[in-house]
Design a protein around this ligand. Structure first.
Ligand SMILES: [Cu+2]
Length: 252
């Protein structure tokens, strides 16, 4: 074999490896679905009177004087009395994927304090992903979190547009609160992989790029609890809806 031919062989092998890699990337699936709430429509508290203790927050809501408590947010389905679309559920792969490596999450997420609420109320991150904690209100908020596995933190942000970047090393779900405004709370889920999502105002979620295979998927809601299901992911689109039961929660 001449040197030129050897070079050509090497090139063919290299192209083969590249093609195999590309084929594997195409074997990923998307898991998407709708999160429902079954049962009696939840009572949602109007917390405007709390927010009204801070006029600079209250004025952001105009004349309607209506601010929904964030714990249970759900939307009506036309023609259905006992089923609703549930927002702010976390959906994540809970199969042990340790030993596998995933690209770092480069997208920065934001937890904003606006109108004396945390926005979003529930968010998910990959380990080491940057979260910018921001104050959009012209008054003091503090962000106090005591996670079990990660470093606790407590930042005061007395001025508008202050920012503190944070990131978390260990997977866990934990609560964040503001000590100045007792109604302000948020939930952060940290996962060792990119396969996590939060349901939107229509109850929808989507997890992309899952290698084909069998998984355990967890559905979590701060009031209705945490439930695990098995799911088979094939290349392309895969549907998985989940229904939380309103009756199952202690104290409704
Ligand atoms: Cu606050």
């Amino acid at each position: 074999m001449t040197g030129k031919m050897r070079g050509l062989c090497g090139l063919v092998i290299a192209l083969g490896v590249l093609a195999a890699g590309a084929a594997r990337a195409e074997d990923t699936g998307t898991l998407k679905g709708v999160i429902y709430l079954q049962g009696k429509a939840p009572q949602v508290k109007n917390i405007f009177s709390d927010i009204n203790t801070e006029p600079k927050c209250a004025e952001q809501y105009g004349e309607k004087k209506q601010v929904k408590a964030q714990e249970i947010l759900s939307a009506k389905i036309e023609g259905k009395e006992d089923q609703r679309l549930l927002q702010n559920a976390m959906i994540f792969i809970s199969t042990d994927l340790s030993g596998k490596t995933f690209p770092a999450a480069t997208e920065k997420k934001t937890l904003n304090q606006q109108g004396c609420l945390y926005i979003p109320h529930v968010l998910t991150l990959q380990t080491d992903q940057t979260l910018i904690i921001k104050n959009s209100d012209p008054l003091l908020h503090n962000i106090n979190a005591a996670p079990a596995k990660n470093q606790p933190f407590n930042y005061g942000q007395p001025q508008k547009d202050m920012e503190n970047p944070v990131a978390f090393k260990k997977p866990e779900i934990f609560h964040v609160k503001c000590d100045v405004h007792k109604w302000m709370g948020a939930w952060i889920g940290v996962f060792p992989h990119p396969f996590h999502a939060v349901s939107n105002e229509k109850g929808e979620y989507e997890i992309k790029g899952l290698p084909a295979g069998e998984y355990e998927v967890t559905f979590w809601h701060e009031v209705y609890g945490e439930f695990k299901e098995k799911v088979t992911v094939k290349a392309g689109a895969n549907a998985k809806d989940y229904t939380f039961k309103a009756e199952a929660s202690a104290g409704g």
